[in-house]
Design a protein around this ligand. Structure first.
Ligand code: FAD
Length: 428
């Protein structure tokens, strides 16, 4: 069977569509731009508090990264906690790490409260060492996490790896049992239903083309008409465009791609990942993979540019080769689906929330947005209600612009960055 350029997750649920468009309200308290985890979680929180809220989504609800990702619901941040302590100090680092634990708990709580059927399970994550010296670093990490954050993670020695992963290519691993996994499309659809049930207006095909400040209120011009709002939350992640140009210049959109194999036998699936962990490796140009419904879901930053027909097709080839390097057992397995999506990286690779020119934002998840987007949607919404966004742990450090201002939102430097990461993986 030829590989379909289609998002596998979308075959597992009826995604929200545009068959019955919610009219654009004339006036709301809060307008949210972007209908993924961040926007929908914020909308749910606000609507439950009686706030009149509209989510304005350019495509269909859940269209962006939120229905395309690996479903890994992870503790920690993209930037290692050791670096965060050095850069921002212990107090901020502790707050941020606690947010990451709370973020996984928030996903679990929402799923339970709203009865969302998305296969969430605390499977734990496994960070695999590509080189022996990575394993030495993981040994330090176990001690460091226990000492600084009272957080227990454990090592898997190279000789014991078969109990965790059916391959010989790694040099040991670290396991964090607090992380989980879910089906991202089922989760975003459930979150949308929950926000709507709470009273939020979910407006698909409502790309915001212009944003201006009127007297005491904002006016948002969408492709289906204008609305006015007291406050705005920007939740556009890797798809942030020039409607919020100052934010666009702080975010690098980076492509990430995934393949899904045909269904494997129970025995083979068990051999590849006996504990059904969320697995990723140590490389800069990293691979991440996990099972779902006995399919191997294998992702990576195979091309740095965002998804289009070419980058998806090339990535399908690259990812299949990489998957076979990890799991030679899959040499003859069919790859049935390949797709891509866009991640949002800030120049410091940190997540940022705050207010710019009176507009609130939550951006820069760097591949950690399943848990963090859901959590920050909720907590930024709460901070908007309380008027204390500056006190949010993720608002306590600068959201940098590009070095030397050499960036207008079009990432011309991505091929160089991709090459640089490959070089780092080779020399480190
Ligand atoms: C392939 C891939 C794999 C990933 N794997 C993982 C993973 O395993 N674990 C993890 O934690 N994270 C992962 N991520 C990241 C995660 O998916 C994102 O961080 C998260 O979904 C971001 O959610 P969001 O709601 O902020 O943005 P999105 O879900 O991307 O939604 C933003 C929305 O904004 C809309 N928009 C943009 N501009 C406008 C406008 N002007 N008007 C109206 N709407 C607009 C877009 O159409 C889009 O739907 C992955 C991402 C990708 C692409």
């Amino acid at each position: 069977m030829a590989t379909n350029q289609q998002i596998y997750w979308h075959t597992t649920i009826k995604m929200p569509d545009d068959s019955n468009l919610t009219p654009i309200p004339e006036k709301v308290d809060v307008a949210i731009i972007g209908g993924g985890y961040t926007g929908l979680s914020a909308a749910r929180t606000l609507a439950k508090r009686g706030v009149n809220v509209a989510v304005l989504e350019a495509e269909t609800i859940g269209w962006g990264a939120s229905s395309r990702n690996g479903g890994m619901t992870l503790t920690g941040l993209k930037v290692p906690m050791q670096t965060i302590i050095k850069k921002y100090g212990r107090d901020i680092a502790k707050e941020l790490f606690q947010c990451s634990i709370d973020s996984v708990n928030t996903v679990e709580e929402i799923i339970k409260e709203e009865n969302i059927n998305c296969g969430f399970s605390r499977t734990g994550h496994l960070l695999a060492a590509n080189k022996p010296k990575h394993f030495d670093a993981l040994k330090d990490e176990v001690e460091f996490m226990a000492k600084e954050f009272n957080h227990k993670v454990h090592l898997v020695a190279p000789g014991e790896l078969k109990s965790e992963i059916g391959t010989d290519v790694y040099h040991g691993a670290l396991v964090d049992d607090v992380s989980g996994g879910l089906n991202p499309a089922q989760f975003v659809t459930g979150l949308a239903d929950a926000a709507e049930k709470a009273g939020a207006n979910l407006c698909a095909r409502a790309r915001v083309n212009r944003l201006r400040r009127g007297e005491n209120r904002f006016v948002l011009e969408t492709e289906r008409g204008a609305l006015s709002a007291e406050s705005i939350l920007v939740a556009t992640s890797g798809y942030t465009g020039n409607v919020t140009q100052k934010l666009q210049k702080k975010i690098i959109p980076i492509g990430s791609f995934i393949i899904a194999t045909e269904r494997l036998s129970d025995e083979l699936a068990h051999e590849l990942s006996p504990k059904n962990r969320m697995i990723f490796d140590f490389k800069h140009y990293l691979n991440y993979f996990r099972l779902w419904d006995n399919r191997m879901i294998f992702g990576g930053r195979a091309a740095f540019f965002p998804e289009n027909k070419n980058t998806i097709a090339q990535s399908g080839e690259i990812l299949r080769r990489e998957m076979i390097q990890v799991y030679p057992q899959l040499r003859d397995t069919k790859v049935e689906y390949v797709w891509g999506g866009t991640l949002d990286f800030a120049f410091d690779q940190m997540t940022h929330v705050g207010e710019l020119d009176g507009v609130h934002y939550s951006l820069g998840y760097a591949g950690h947005g399943v848990a963090m987007g859901t959590y920050l949607g909720k907590t930024v919404a709460e901070a908007m209600l309380n008027g204390n966004i500056k006190d949010h742990p993720f608002a306590k450090f600068d959201f940098p612009n590009a070095p030397l201002g050499l960036y207008d939102g079009r990432p011309w430097f991505l091929p160089f960055a991709g090459m640089w990461h490959k070089i780092l993986d080779w020399v480190e």
